[in-house]
Design a protein around this ligand. Structure first.
Ligand code: ZN
Length: 80
């Protein structure tokens, strides 16, 4: 049916990945983002660990949450 809007599918943020996302990867770069800033990547089951480790390797605090669950603050040291 034309014009019918189905459920929105959120796609994984990993480059080239076409899977739908299952997770929010909430993170912050403490050098440029204040505590009130939260960046969010979307991740599928396959890439959630990849993205978490990618950020952790840069010493960025990161919190992985369910796709439906938003995170207000990513405190320093989260996920490390
Ligand atoms: Zn993926």
């Amino acid at each position: 049916m034309i014009g019918e809007s189905g459920p929105t599918i959120s796609r994984c943020s990993r480059a080239g990945c076409l899977h739908s996302a299952q997770w929010n990867v909430n993170w912050r770069n403490p050098r440029i983002h204040g505590l009130d800033r939260v960046k969010v990547w979307l991740a599928c089951d396959e890439h959630v660990d990849y993205l978490r480790e990618y950020l952790g390797a840069r010493s960025f605090p990161v919190i992985v949450s369910d796709l439906s669950q938003s995170v207000e603050v990513v405190p320093d040291g989260a996920g490390l």
